[in-house]
Design a protein around this ligand. Structure first.
Ligand code: SF4
Ligand code: SF4
Length: 376
């Protein structure tokens, strides 16, 4: 999510609105005026984003931003103005990778979590619900519900999902979860009863060995709950994707993990092996979690072949092609969200750049030294 930092006034709690760049409009309901000059008459707007020295009359919630950042807000984007002066773009009109975050809280603390769990605040859930209401059905082709761990909200999670189904049943929906909540059979049953026509529940599983899984998840008992959650979802005929983020603690067992998956979860709709994003806890725990994808490329190739031969749909996310075996290339996807995806100088003349995922900008300088131009 793009976030711009400025200074707030009259923002007592987070305010969501659609960016509007014209003061002349009479349709101000639900909108946030974005104007370098500010406004003498902001009546009816939910908030204003203005230039650093602009004047805004009255007590309308306002954030003042640098011109450079202000110019990046586009008509129709959904933004949240926060008391701490942040303007967060919660729906980016230009992006295919928008998501809804109902809670930053989680019942795991994975050692490589890119978004470290935080205490739940009701405002986060309110903004998620308002975002769903503010989007028109035509706007939404893909939507990802993420966290934190959304299922922790129980009935509120179900209410949110019901509203998403009601408004965007035509869209492809992804739910990112650690799966533990679905070990409660009733939750799995009620979730399935919503009746989405096009949803994939993406469940993280870190290892085929309980101890390794729970060490990575940071909470004992996680493995059993996640596995139970997967089975409950399968009993409810839900499409599940199993996500396996490769880090230093599980990189030596990628192929055994693949065998484990096809023997125990043959119902999986899709299996994704994922390179790490070095931000959040992954950055804090860098020495414990970092493993160069180049060093596990043979093992990964074998794992992909195991699942492919077992007729399971399998992909590799977030690993540049130059760090993979060529046999793995057909399974590699351009998986990095557009707002945090980039290429290096080395990539300019690379002949496979068009099909390579590139790198995470959020990982900074933490990357493999083996990234190199492919010429053919
Ligand atoms: S990676 Fe997912 S499951 Fe793990 S702590 Fe972060 S939000 Fe929770
Ligand atoms: S050089 Fe760049 S574009 Fe080419 S494969 Fe490596 S990361 Fe991808």
């Amino acid at each position: 999510m793009k976030v711009y930092k400025g200074k707030s006034s009259h923002v007592d709690s987070p305010v969501l609105g659609a960016v509007c760049v014209s003061q002349a409009t009479l349709k101000r309901s639900g909108k946030v005026l974005v104007s370098e000059q500010g406004s003498n008459l902001p009546f009816g707007f939910k908030g204003v984003v203005a230039g650093e020295s602009a004047k805004v009359a009255g007590a309308t919630p306002t954030v003042r931003l640098r011109s450079n950042d202000l110019g990046k807000l586009v008509e129709g984007d959904l933004v949240v103005l926060s008391p701490d002066g942040c303007v967060s773009v919660v729906w980016d009109m230009a992006s295919e990778n928008n998501g809804i975050l109902p809670t930053p809280s989680c019942d795991c603390r994975c050692i490589m979590c890119p978004q470290p769990p935080q205490r739940h605040h009701e405002d986060t859930y309110r903004i998620a619900c308002e975002t769903v209401e503010a989007l028109s059905p035509e706007q939404v082709k893909h939507l990802c519900v993420t966290g934190g761990e959304p299922t922790l909200l129980g009935d509120k999670f179900l209410d949110l999902m019901r509203n998403i189904k009601k408004r965007f049943n035509h869209a492809s929906i992804q739910l990112l979860t650690n799966g533990k909540g679905f070990s409660d059979f009733n939750l799995a049953r009620e979730f399935a009863a919503i009746g989405f026509s096009n949803i994939v529940t993406c469940v993280s599983l870190h290892s085929d060995i309980e101890e390794f899984n729970d060490e990575i998840a940071g909470v004992r008992g996680s493995f059993h709950k996640t596995v139970q959650g997967l089975y409950n979802l399968a009993r409810m005929r839900q499409r599940v994707e199993i996500r396996h983020v490769i880090n230093r603690l599980n990189a030596h067992r990628i192929e055994p993990f693949a065998h484990f998956v096809y023997r125990n979860f043959p119902f999986a709709y899709h299996v994704a092996f994922m390179g790490m994003e070095i931000t959040g806890l992954a950055r804090e725990n860098y020495n414990m979690v970092w493993v160069d994808p180049y060093n596990y490329r043979f093992e990964l190739n074998k794992a992909v072949k195991v699942l492919h031969r077992a007729a399971l749909d399998v992909s590799v996310y977030n690993v540049p092609l130059c760090l993979l075996e060529r046999e793995t290339w057909p399974f590699a996807r351009q998986s990095i969200s557009d707002w945090k995806n980039d290429y290096l100088g080395t990539c300019v003349d690379c002949s496979v750049k068009n099909c390579c995922c590139g790198i995470f900008t959020t990982s900074g300088d933490k990357m493999s030294p083996h990234i190199e131009t492919i010429r053919e």
